[in-house]
Design a protein. Structure first.
Length: 329
């Protein structure tokens, strides 16, 4: 366990998606999934360009809330990014999904199907009792209008955080985790150790659980024949939204993250991590050979902006992490 003084990541503030059209995505997330609008701003200038590694970036950022959790929709107004490959699969390393918790899977699935979604799963699936970590969980994976991967998830009484079992009349409750494919530890132990070294040892997140999902249920959930995946769940010290590392044993790891993908490309997802000392953490990451997107730690003087300091880095597989310090209230 980490002591309070050496823990770097306090919590996940939000998960940001680059989108083709904020208006289209806003309609989908609010109408199909029950998100509520928090703010709608447009930012530009050197600070934002340096943060995202994009020359002369002009970005519309819409913040949405579901329960206690936030997502951001980021539309680059002056740059057209590359689309998500239409043949993307769950074991491709760029795969990353948000798990949206629902109070009633049948009702949520029926509502979702009234919108033009692209399903990944054959239908909602029930995890079998031989998986103690996820026994009885209902899940369904699908894509949003841009091709970002999403999951509906329902927890039985003995699974999930207490917050997902409060009496409520809401159908969509919040975000439990963001799951991402990694290069896998089934065959190459050093790859897993790389991911855990980054998230656990450098960022201070803690392993919450480990599990193995397989058999026909997982194949129908991922639309991958014979799918077998090892899952390592991580949580920050203040709990809340977690991160899951998905390591596909079968059919094996998919395609790597293309090296030329940048922040304005539609596959770009960044997890925003609130840290307690950004300068100290950046020094530690540089000393450990972590790849940086931002050219510097960006200091934001505009009090109307979302945070005070920020720096964008990549994990060992190329997933993007925004390290940030929030504005003091």
């Amino acid at each position: 366990m980490h002591s309070q003084t050496d823990v770097q990541v306090q919590r996940i503030r939000a998960i940001a998606l680059t989108v083709t059209s904020c208006d289209r995505s806003l309609d989908f997330y609010t109408q199909a999934l029950g998100f509520e609008l928090v703010s709608d701003i447009t930012v530009e200038g050197q600070d934002y360009s340096d943060l995202q590694g994009i020359t002369e970036a002009k970005i519309r950022i819409i913040t949405l809330r579901l329960g206690d959790e936030l997502i951001e929709l980021m539309e680059y107004l002056n740059i057209q990014g590359k689309p998500i490959p239409t043949d993307s699969q769950s074991n491709d390393i760029w795969f990353q999904h948000l798990a949206i918790v629902v109070s009633d899977m049948d009702r949520a699935y029926a509502q979702l199907c009234s919108f033009p979604i692209e399903p990944i799963s054959v239908a909602p699936q029930i995890i079998l009792p031989d998986n103690q970590t996820s026994d009885g969980v209902h899940a369904f994976k699908f894509k949003d209008p841009d091709g970002h991967d999403l999951e509906l998830i329902w927890f039985p009484p003995h699974q999930g955080q207490d917050k997902w079992h409060q009496n409520t009349n809401r159908l969509f409750l919040g975000i439990d985790h963001s799951a991402m494919s990694t290069t896998g530890y089934a065959y190459a132990i050093s790859n897993t150790e790389q991911s855990l070294h980054f998230y656990r040892d450098l960022l201070g997140m803690q392993i919450d659980s480990r599990s193995l999902n397989w058999r026909a249920t997982q194949a129908r959930l991922d639309n991958l024949p014979g799918a077998e995946v090892k899952i390592t769940a991580l949580r920050p010290v203040q709990d809340g939204v977690g991160i899951e590392l998905l390591d596909y044993i079968v059919p094996g790891k998919g395609r790597p993250m293309p090296s030329d993908w940048i922040s304005c490309d539609i596959a770009h997802i960044q997890i925003e991590l609130v840290v307690n000392n950004l300068e100290q953490l950046v020094d530690k990451l540089r000393g450990n050979g972590v790849q940086f997107v931002s050219s510097r730690i960006v200091q934001f003087s505009d009090r109307s902006f979302l945070y005070r300091q920020g720096c964008l880095v990549k994990d060992p597989d190329g997933h993007t992490i925004l390290l940030m310090v929030e504005c003091e209230i």
